[in-house]
Every structure is written in structure tokens, then in C-alpha cells.
Design a protein. Structure first.
Ligand code: PMV
Length: 331
């Protein structure tokens, strides 16, 4: 009918940063103040289909509902970038479904824009290698540039602003598969956050006296994290990740007005992580733009960690997962 050709369908997984991206130096190109490092998960995939359409305007369906307002505008603006690069002008029908919670600090925007980048590039015939896809995904949601890759990935802050920054700010995979950690996701609240990460970042950069010190410490954390992963030192990886995340939340607490994503239930999980460590289990927490806590540990300890957290939250066990990829279209 109004659809031109077949759909391109892609699947991508969320990633959780162990050294966080928090703060943009360029809001147009989504250029971060600091580099970051993440692990891509094997849970909560996003599946996204993109079909070109002869109808005017982009149609966007997210989790079985038509997207309107800001959610629609973000996708349409992203498709504008793809169309400009591909030299095409057809609109598209985008159907995207998250297996996990949306907008709850569980990286649905990372898996979402990584899947959209891969599917839209294929639908519009854009010739893009993994680095180009990472740069493209970054324009939808910064953290999405890391979900193009599986396993561990580092996102380079890049040099300069504008187009120079755009060319030099992308993620790449780093070899850490031998570390093979578990990430225990403790879901205390799967509702959508009240303050977007975009707004919280902007407010933190603009007003928090803790922002600069955290950014300076985070550059050091990134270097130490790379070394800790290379020598397969899980306790060091966990310690760096935990201090980096707590520091990020400290920057937000001192923003004006303050942003606080952690709830009493998040803090209860943090207490249990401390208790696990007191019992000799190497378990470390990280938290993003929401109250849910992710606990890093060795695979050999995942059962004990899960048991310790089970009555305090809904538990999902994740491991290193795959990069974003096209899937066969059988629709
Ligand atoms: O890409 P965004 O705008 O969803 O930012 C996500 C930022 C954090 O999840 C809090 C940290 C990170 O590096 O993923």
C-alpha cells in the first residue's frame, strides 16, 4: 500500500556505564565532556523495524502505542539526519518495542537509538560502518553510541566542538570478555523518571559546584578502569565503577534545583551491597538516571548476590551481550 519496499529490522541491547557519561560540551552534536566505558547487556533488547513510506510525515509506534510529542520529535529529528546523509527524502514508519522498562534508568534510550540507527541506515541504504553507526546513534541519545558494540565499549569524548567533535566522538569495543562479569539488575521501580537525563545533565553542568571535580576524577577513573579490565581485576573494576557512579549522583544532588534519582529502596540495596562485601563477596553497585541499582560481581558469585537482594527488588541477571545487528525480516 503506502509502504515502499521491505522493513529493515534491527535488535540492540542496553549498556550500563561503569565510567559514566554525564554532561555534554556540545548539545547539538551530543558531544560529552568526558569519555565513558560500558558493558552491553544480554537482557532487555529493543527490536526496531523501519519501512520507507510514501505517506507524508514519519509514523512512530513505541511499545505498541503511537508516539506523540517529544518522543515522536526525537525519532523524526533522528530520521532527518539519516535522510540528509543518505540523500533521500522519503518518510518512514518506525515500530520499536522494548523488552525491558522504558525511561526507568535501564538504558532503553541506548538500545532504542542503537537499534534505530542500524535499522534506519539499512532502510535508507546508508553505507555506514560500525564507527559511523556509533556516531549516528550518539545523535539520538549519547549513551546509544556504546550499544552498537557488544561486550565492553569505550566512548571517546573526541576533540573539539561541532563537526570536528562529531568526527572524533564514537565508541569502540575493548577486549574485556575474559572478565566475564555478571550484572545483577535490582529493579526497585520500573516507572518512567520524572526528570530526563538530558535535563538533569544540563542542570548539573550549569549549576553544580561538584561537576568539574567529578569530571576531572572521571578522566582518571577511565584510565584506571581500562587497566583494571585489561588485567581482569574485578574488585578494581567494581571499586572504580561504584565511586564513579556515586560521584555522578553527588554532582546532581548539588545541582540547583537538586536532582535526586535514588530512592530509599535504592539506598537499601546499597546497604546490602556493603553487607555482601563485609562477607567477603566482591559486589559493587552502579546507578544511572533512575532509582534502579545494578550490582557487578563475578559470575561465580551471582547466585549469592541474587539471593541477598531478592526480597528487596525484582532481580534480573545480565551478562555481556551482543552488539546491535540487523535481523531477518519475516514480518
Ligand atoms: O544517553 P542518555 O541521555 O540516556 O544519558 C545516559 C547517562 C547515564 O545513563 C546516566 C550514564 C551513562 O553513561 O550511560
Amino acid at each position: 500500500d503506502n509502504v515502499i519496499g521491505d522493513a529493515a529490522v534491527a535488535v540492540a541491547h542496553p549498556n550500563i556505564a561503569l565510567v559514566k557519561y554525564w554532561g555534554k560540551r556540545d548539545e547539538t552534536y551530543f558531544l560529552p565532556v568526558t569519555g565513558s566505558l560500558s558493558m552491553t547487556l544480554d537482557i532487555y533488547p529493543t527490536t526496531t523495524a523501519v519501512r520507507l513510506s510514501s505517506e507524508p510525515g514519519d509514523t512512530v509506534v513505541l511499545n505498541d502505542r503511537p508516539a506523540v510529542g517529544d518522543a515522536h520529535a526525537r525519532v523524526a529529528r533522528f530520521l532527518d539526519l539519516v535522510r540528509a546523509r543518505a540523500g533521500r527524502d522519503e518518510y518512514a514508519v518506525v515500530v520499536s518495542t522494548n523488552a525491558g522498562p522504558t525511561g526507568a534508568g535501564l538504558a532503553s534510550s541506548a538500545s532504542g537509538f542503537a537499534a534505530l540507527a542500524v535499522a534506519a541506515a539499512a532502510a535508507y541504504g546508508l553505507d555506514a560502518d560500525a564507527r559511523a553507526l556509533s556516531r549516528l546513534a550518539r545523535r539520538g541519545s549519547g549513551s546509544a553510541c556504546r550499544s552498537i558494540f557488544g561486550g565492553f565499549a569505550v566512548w571517546h569524548a573526541g576533540e573539539g566542538d561541532g563537526e570536528a567533535g562529531d568526527a572524533s566522538s564514537y565508541a569502540e569495543p575493548i577486549d574485556g570478555d575474559a572478565l566475564d562479569p555478571a550484572l545483577i539488575v535490582a529493579v526497585v521501580d520500573d516507572g518512567a523518571k520524572a526528570v530526563s537525563s538530558r535535563e538533569a545533565m544540563r542542570r548539573t553542568c550549569d549549576t553544580s559546584p561538584f561537576y568539574r571535580p567529578w569530571a576531572d576524577a572521571s578522566r582518571v577513573d577511565l584510565e584506571e578502569m581500562r587497566k583494571a579490565i585489561a588485567r581482569r581485576d574485578l574488585p578494581a573494576v567494581g571499586e572504580i565503577a561504584e565511586r564513579n557512579a556515586l560521584g555522578m549522583h553527588a554532582t546532581m544532588l548539588l545541582a540547583r534545583p537538586s536532582v535526586r534519582y535514588l530512592s530509599p529502596r535504592s539506598v537499601a540495596i546499597l546497604d546490602r551491597v556493603l553487607a555482601l562485601r563485609a562477607d567477603g563477596i566482591a559486589a559493587y553497585a552502579t546507578m544511572d538516571a533512575g532509582p534502579n541499582v545494578k550490582v557487578l560481581c563475578a559470575r561465580a558469585d551471582e547466585q549469592r548476590v541474587t539471593t541477598a537482594l531478592r526480597d528487596a527488588a525484582d532481580i534480573q541477571v545480565a551478562h555481556l551481550g551482543p552488539g546491535a545487528a540487523l535481523v531477518r525480516d519475516d514480518e
